[in-house]
Design a protein. Structure first.
Length: 322
């Protein structure tokens, strides 16, 4: 397994995100609709999202330097796709491996209730046609690869194998857990991974699929880390996160207190900032600490990318905590 820390020369791509890019249509509601129920919202907002694009933006802001983050994603040849390309380019993200697909750009429909909790439906569109073989082979020499599950699993596995073969670090965000995920595919994914990042429900699903579930998140994370020989990070909302490496005891990663407005981008912020910190040479516990604080800060505003903090904001929050 690759060592989970390291550094790279300046002015080169250090983080490659292979994943989804969407347009988000967001409604704020009193309560999230139950099956068969219609709820009304006074208006909607159109923002940019997709777990891959979100994590790329979080990493780019955390690094604070243009060109260090690249995104391999697929969009349609439509207005949504054009808007996504323009927004990501403005963040200083390298889009050389952005693919134009013969499907509409992906779209997410998001309801946010009064407490800041959300429900999300994603129409995959172009995301379903993302191909690892279409990515420049040199790109897989990035220090850190970030994956999620909004694009085809087979393509994620191909990207993970390519980066591991080149000696890079693979960070997998198992979100959402594919409905047809089997034990063999999960085992392949874990074997090609260095770090697995999950929320509590995703942790339960992965541990159960591997036959190592525990009664508490810490036990499940410890069992899964030992079983798969990976570092497991489980995010726990306002409680922060827990981190455990194979054969070790789970250690808490505290969040910081904020007024929660919208939790939509918090998980993606954690993943992107964590990957950025690894690429800068931080060890996993220190990278997770920085990521947990950034995820807390992202809950202060509506939207995913619009709420993600800069490196300066993360640094300031860490100083205040200390």
């Amino acid at each position: 397994m690759s060592e989970i820390s390291g550094s790279s020369p300046p002015n080169e791509t250090t983080v490659l995100v292979f994943g989804s890019a969407n347009v988000d249509l967001i409604c704020r509601v009193r309560s999230i609709a139950r099956p068969g129920e219609t709820v009304l919202a006074p208006r909607y907002e159109q923002l940019f999202g997709g777990k891959g694009a979100n994590q790329a933006v979080a990493a780019a802001r955390a690094l604070g330097q243009s060109g260090l983050v690249a995104l391999a994603a697929a969009v349609g040849e439509d207005e949504f796709g054009t808007g996504i390309r323009q927004a990501l380019a403005a963040e200083g993200i390298d889009l050389s491996d952005l693919q134009i697909a013969a499907e509409p750009t992906g779209c997410a429909f998001i309801s946010i209730d009064r407490s800041g909790e959300n429900a999300i439906t994603v129409a995959s569109g172009a995301n379903g046609l993302l191909k690892a073989a279409a990515v420049s082979p040199a790109r897989f020499g990035a220090k850190v690869l970030v994956l999620q599950m909004e694009t085809p699993l087979s393509e994620n596995l191909a990207a993970a194998d390519a980066v591991r073969a080149a000696g890079g670090i693979v960070v997998v965000n198992l979100a959402p857990v594919p409905a047809d995920l089997g034990e063999a595919d999960l085992s392949h994914l874990l074997a090609a991974s260095d770090v697995l990042i999950v929320n509590e429900s995703e942790l339960t699903a992965a541990a159960m699929l591997c036959g190592v579930g525990g009664k508490e998140p810490a036990a499940s994370a410890e069992n899964l880390a030992r079983h798969a020989d990976v570092t497991v990070i489980a995010t726990l909302g306002s409680k922060g996160a827990i981190l455990v490496s194979a054969g070790e005891t789970a250690e808490p990663v505290p969040a910081c207190p904020v007024e929660v407005i919208d939790t939509t981008g918090a998980g993606d912020t954690f993943v992107g900032v964590f990957a950025a910190a690894l690429s800068q040479g931080l060890a996993a516990p220190q990278a997770a600490r920085r990521a947990a604080v950034a995820a807390s800060l992202a809950c202060r505003k509506v939207g995913a990318q619009t709420a993600m903090p800069s490196a300066a904001e993360i640094d300031e929050a860490l100083r205040e905590i200390r």
